[in-house]
Design a binder for this molecule. Structure first.
Ligand SMILES: [Zn+2]
Length: 86
């Protein structure tokens, strides 16, 4: 049986990497612009989408996702976490 031909991956053009999705990119950009040693999820929410029905939890998830891929780190800030760019 002949080998089935393969196509370059349409997601990464064969590089094995895809661009950071837009919601994560805008969150990372916000974290990188932070002046006072990082941002909390509620600060990211207030800074990016204060009028949106999208809640603080959504930003928590975005920040944790950025942390899981090693782009931000977090430190304790009272009852919450402060995220800063690595
Ligand atoms: Zn791919």
């Amino acid at each position: 049986m002949t080998k089935r031909p393969k196509l370059p991956c349409p997601k990464c053009d064969g590089t094995g990497k895809i661009p950071l999705p837009e919601p994560l990119l805008e969150t990372l950009t916000f974290v990188r612009a932070a002046k006072n040693g990082g941002v909390t999820a509620s600060e990211a929410h207030a800074g990016l989408y204060p009028e949106s029905i999208m809640g603080i939890t959504a930003f928590n998830n975005r920040l944790e996702e950025l942390r899981s891929i090693g782009l931000v780190e977090r430190t304790r800030c009272g009852k919450t976490w402060k995220y800063s760019a690595k």
